[in-house]
Design a protein around this ligand. Structure first.
Ligand code: ZN
Ligand code: ZN
Ligand code: FE
Length: 765
C-alpha cells in the first residue's frame, strides 16, 4: 500500500547541495514527490511503499553531503500525495520564519571525537559544542539567537575560541555557545550542603566513584537536573524510589553505548536511528527474554516488559557514562509531580535529602526541558512526551491561523501558540498541581509568545471551569474560547496528520469535563465543518469516590458491578475487587452508590480498563496513573488476539432526539468476563478478549457513523495492543485510521488541539 512520508529538516542544509542530494536519492529509489527550501525548514514529501520509504529515511541521514548537517528531523506518514515525479520546488521565502529557535541538539560525532582525543585542546571537556550540536532552546533568553541573548553571555571567549567563532571555514563559525576549558563553563562536585568537594576533571571522577559505590548523584544536565544511580545496584535503585516518592513507575535509563542497549533490548532499524538521532530521546524498547550483560535491577521497571532507554547526549554525559561503562537510572531531578529543577543553588533545597552528591556546572539553564519519550508503534515513531530535541519546533497545520494562545489541560500540561499556518507547542510542563508547576506554566506560555513574537487575539482553554489553566486564561484580558477536552484531542490528531473534516474522532482517556457536566472519557466525536457533535460513548457508570477511583481500580469495578446488578446483587459476589475492601468499607460503598453521594457518572474508558484489571485480580490499588491498564495490557500481550465478547448499542433516553448519542452497552461483555472468571479461564485470555471487544466497539461505531476517516486519540491509545488491534480491524473493514506520531496522544497534545479546533470549528468569529 502506497503512503506519503512528510519530512521537516532543520540544520546546516542550505547552500550545501542538500536539495540535489535529496533529489538524487529519491529518483534512485523511484519515489515521486518534492523537496523545497522554506523558512520553515527543508520540506520533503515522497510517495512509496513503506519499506522503500524506510530505506529513503535511513539513507537520507546516513549519506548527507560533507558540509551538511541535520540538527532535527521529524517525519509523519500520511495518505499518498499522488505525485507524478520527484521535483525540486522553487524556494518559497515568503511567510514567517517559523523556527527562529532550534531545540537542544545531541553531541555530534566531530565533537565526540575531540573530547576523546588526548591531543585535542578540548580533550575531556564536558561543555564543548559546535554549529551542529549543543544547547539551544534551554539557554536562549531572547531573540535573535546571539551569544549575548543566551546564558553563555557571562563567559568571554578566549582568543582561540574567538578565532573559531569568526572563521567561516570553521565548524564553530558563529556557534553561539562555543567554549573550551580555558574560557568556558566547568563542573564541580558538591556535597549535600553545597560544599565544594572537587572541580573540573576531579569532579567528574568523584561523581563516577560515587555512582560505583551506590550513591545517588544529582546531575545538572542540559535542560535540568537528573538523578542518577547505578541501574544494577538494588540498594541504590530502592533508595531512589524512596526519596523520589515514586513507588513503582518505571525509571528511565541511560546506557553507555548502543551495543550495551542491544544486548539488553530488541532494537529495530528505526529504534536504533531514534537512539542516535540529534533529538536523542528516551526510546521505549522491548526487553530481551534472556539478556546478557548489563545487569538491570528488577526495581527499575517492575513487571514491565519494556525499558525506557536513552544514550548520552551531552559531552558531560558521554564522559561520565564512558568512564562508568554501565547503565544508570537517569530520572528527572524533582519530587514527583513538580517540574524539573534547573538551578544548582535551588537544587540544594529542592533536592535536599534526595542525592548524596551534586555534580553541577556554571552554565545557567534558562528554560527547563525534560527528556523526551518516544516509541515505535505500527512502524512509525510516536512521541509520548515532547520536550528536549523536539520543542519548540512547529507543527504545520496547513491552515491559515489567527494568533492564538492555548493554555492546555490540567495534567501533562503543555501550552501552544499559533503563527501563520503553524502551531508551536511548548515543552512538557507537567501536572498543574504545585506552585512550581504553576510558575513553570506561566513562564512557558509567556516565553513562547516572546520567542515567536505572537500577539494572541484570543486565548483557548479547556471547558473545565476550575482548571488552573482555565482560570489563568481568564486573567489575560483576552477573549476566552473554550474547547471541550475530547474535541481538542480529536483536533490535535487531525492537525498533525493534516486531515480535513469530516472525521469520526475516537477520543478515549481517563477524564475530561463533558458539555453536560459529567466526566467523559470514551467519546466518539463527529467532527464536521464548523461542528463537533458527541456521536456516542461507552455506557456511563458510577464512580464511587470520584477522583479516588483513579488510584483505586476496585472502586471502578464496584461502580461497574453496581450499574449491572444493583447493590444487593454485587455485594453477594465473591470477586477480587470486593474482597479488596473491608466489610464496613463495602457497606459504605454500596450506600454511596445507592444514594449517589460523591458518585459521579462517567464514560471513562480509562476507568473501564481499571475496572476490568480489578475484576481479573490484576490490581486493586495503583502506585501510579494508568498502572492497572498497563498491567492489563501486558497480561493480554502474551496471548494471541482474542475473540470479542458481545456488546450492544443503546440510544440515550426513550424519546430520542435525532442527534442523541448512542452508547455502547458493555454489560454483555462484563457478563462474559464474569462467566470466564467463574470457569477459571486464564486472565491473559480474558484480557486479550477485552481488548478485542473495544476494537470491535470502535469499528462498529465507525460503521454506524459511516465516515471513512477515523482518528484515534487520547491517553488510552498509548496502549499498544488497543491501538494495533483497532487499526487492524478498521483497515479490515475498509476505514482509514489515523493516530498520533509527532504529538502525544495523551494530554500533552491537547494544547495543539485547542488551537486546531478553533480553526476546524470556526470558533473565532
Ligand atoms: Zn558538535
Ligand atoms: Zn576558549
Ligand atoms: Fe485527555
Amino acid at each position: 500500500m502506497k503512503q506519503r512520508i512528510a519530512i521537516v529538516i532543520h540544520g546546516a542544509v542550505q547552500g550545501v547541495g542538500f536539495r540535489p542530494y535529496v533529489y538524487r536519492l529519491a529518483t534512485d529509489l523511484g519515489l515521486p514527490g518534492w523537496v523545497a527550501n522554506t523558512p520553515a525548514g527543508v520540506l520533503i514529501e515522497a510517495d512509496g511503499e513503506k519499506p522503500l520509504l524506510d530505506l529513503f529515511l535511513l539513507r537520507l541521514q546516513r549519506d548527507v553531503p560533507p558540509r551538511a548537517s541535520i540538527h532535527s528531523l521529524e517525519f509523519s506518514i500520511l495518505d499518498p500525495g499522488d505525485f507524478a515525479e520527484f521535483t525540486i520546488r522553487e524556494s518559497d521565502q515568503s511567510g514567517p520564519v517559523t523556527a527562529p529557535v532550534l531545540p537542544d541538539i545531541a553531541t555530534c560525532p566531530d565533537c565526540l571525537r575531540e573530547i576523546r582525543d588526548p591531543g585535542n585542546r578540548r580533550y575531556r571537556y564536558p561543555f564543548t559544542n559546535c554549529t551542529n550540536c549543543g544547547p539551544r532552546f534551554s539557554i536562549i533568553t531572547s531573540l535573535p539567537y546571539d551569544r549575548p541573548n543566551t546564558t553563555m553571555r557571562a563567559f568571554a571567549m578566549c582568543p582561540a575560541c574567538r578565532k573559531e567563532y569568526g572563521d567561516p571555514g570553521d565548524r564553530r563559525f558563529h556557534a553561539q555557545p562555543n567554549a573550551c576549558p580555558v574560557c568556558g563553563p566547568h563542573c564541580e562536585a558538591w556535597d549535600q550542603a553545597g560544599r565544594l568537594l572537587a572541580s573540573h576533571e576531579e569532579a567528574l571522577r568523584t561523581a563516577e566513584r560515587a555512582l560505583r559505590e551506590g550513591a545517588i548523584v544529582a546531575l545538572k544536565g542540559l535542560g535540568g537536573f537528573q538523578l542518577l544511580a547505578d541501574a544494577g545496584n538494588r540498594d541504590a535503585v530502592e533508595r531512589l524510589r524512596r526519596v523520589k516518592r515514586r513507588e513503582e513507575k518505571p525509571f528511565a535509563l541511560m546506557f553507555p553505548s548502543l551495543d550495551a542497549v542491544e544486548s539488553a533490548c530488541e532494537c529495530s532499524d528505526l529504534e536504533r536511528r531514534l537512539l542516535r538521532s540529534p533529538e536523542s530521546p528516551i526510546v521505549l524498547l522491548k526487553r530481551k527474554q534472556n539478556p546478557r550483560t548489563p545487569a538491570i535491577d528488577p526495581g527499575v521497571a517492575p513487571g514491565n516488559p519494556t525499558l525506557g532507554i536513552m544514550l548520552p547526549y551531552t559531552p558531560l554525559h558521554h564522559l561520565l557514562l564512558g568512564d562508568l561503562d554501565r547503565p544508570v537510572v537517569a530520572t528527572s531531578g524533582n519530587v514527583t509531580d513538580e517540574p524539573i529543577c534547573t538551578d544548582e543553588r535551588e537544587s540544594l533545597t529542592r533536592l535536599h535529602g534526595m542525592a548524596d552528591l551534586f555534580l553541577v556546572h556554571d552554565r545557567p539553564i534558562h528554560r527547563h526541558v525534560d527528556d523526551s519519550v518516544v516509541r515505535v508503534l505500527l512502524g512509525r515513531e510516536q512521541v509520548l512526551r515532547r520536550a528536549r530535541g523536539y520543542a519548540p519546533l512547529p507543527i504545520r497545520l496547513g491552515r491559515e491561523l489567527p494568533d492564538l494562545l492555548a493554555v492546555g489541560p490540567h495534567l501533562k500540561n503543555t501550552v501552544a501558540v499559533s503563527r501563520g499556518t503553524s502551531i508551536v507547542v511548548s515543552q512538557h510542563i507537567g501536572d498543574l498541581e504545585t506552585v512550581q508547576s504553576h510558575h513553570a506554566f506561566t513562564q512557558a506560555s509567556q516565553s513562547l509568545q516572546d520567542l515567536y513574537r505572537t500577539k494572541p487575539v484570543a486565548v483557548v482553554s479547556d471547558l473545565h471551569p476550575d482548571y488552573l489553566s482555565t482560570r489563568h486564561a481568564r486573567t489575560l484580558g483576552l477573549p476566552v474560547i473554550s474547547v471541550q477536552h475530547h474535541v481538542a484531542h480529536v483536533a490535535s490528531c487531525m492537525g498533525e496528520n493534516g486531515l480535513e473534516p469530516p472525521v469520526l474522532g475516537v477520543s478515549w482517556d481517563g477524564t475530561g469535563y463533558g458539555t453536560d457536566g459529567t466526566i467523559w472519557g470514551s467519546e466518539f466525536i463527529l467532527l464536521k465543518h464548523g461542528e463537533a457533535r458527541r456521536f456516542g460513548a461507552l455506557m456511563p457508570f458510577p464512580l464511587p469516590g470520584g477522583d479516588a477511583a483513579v488510584k483505586e481500580p476496585r472502586r471502578s469495578a464496584a461502580g461497574l458491578l453496581f450499574a449491572m446488578m444493583g447493590s444487593d446483587g454485587f455485594a453477594r459476589l465473591d470477586l477480587p475487587p470486593l474482597r479488596a475492601f473491608r466489610m464496613h468499607e463495602l457497606g459504605l460503598l454500596s450506600t454511596m452508590l445507592r444514594q449517589r453521594v460523591n458518585t459521579p457518572l462517567c464514560t471513562s474508558a480509562g476507568r473501564l480498563f481499571d475496572a476490568v484489571a480489578s475484576l481479573l485480580g490484576i490490581r486493586q490499588i495503583c502506585a501510579f496513573e494508568g498502572q492497572a491498564a498497563m498491567e492489563l495490557e501486558f497480561t493480554a500481550q502474551s496471548v494471541l488476539p482474542g475473540r470479542p465478547y458481545p456488546f450492544q448499542w443503546e440510544q440515550a433516553g426513550a424519546a430520542q432526539a435525532p442527534n442523541a448519542p448512542v452508547f455502547a452497552d458493555w454489560r454483555p461483555m462484563v457478563s462474559g468476563i464474569l462467566e470466564d472468571l467463574a470457569q477459571g479461564t486464564a486472565t491473559g485470555e480474558i484480557a486479550s478478549r477485552f481488548h478485542a471487544t473495544l476494537a470491535a466497539i470502535i469499528t462498529a461505531a465507525a460503521q454506524r457513523a459511516g465516515i471513512p476517516r477515523v482518528v484515534l486519540t487520547g491517553g488510552c491509545f498509548q496502549n499498544r495492543l488497543l491501538t494495533e488491534a483497532t487499526v487492524a480491524r478498521l483497515l479490515q473493514e475498509g476505514f482509514q485510521p489515523s493516530w498520533h506520531q509527532r504529538i502525544p496522544p495523551n494530554d500533552g497534545g491537547v494544547a495543539l488541539g485547542q488551537i486546531a479546533a478553533v480553526s476546524y470549528l470556526n470558533l473565532l468569529r
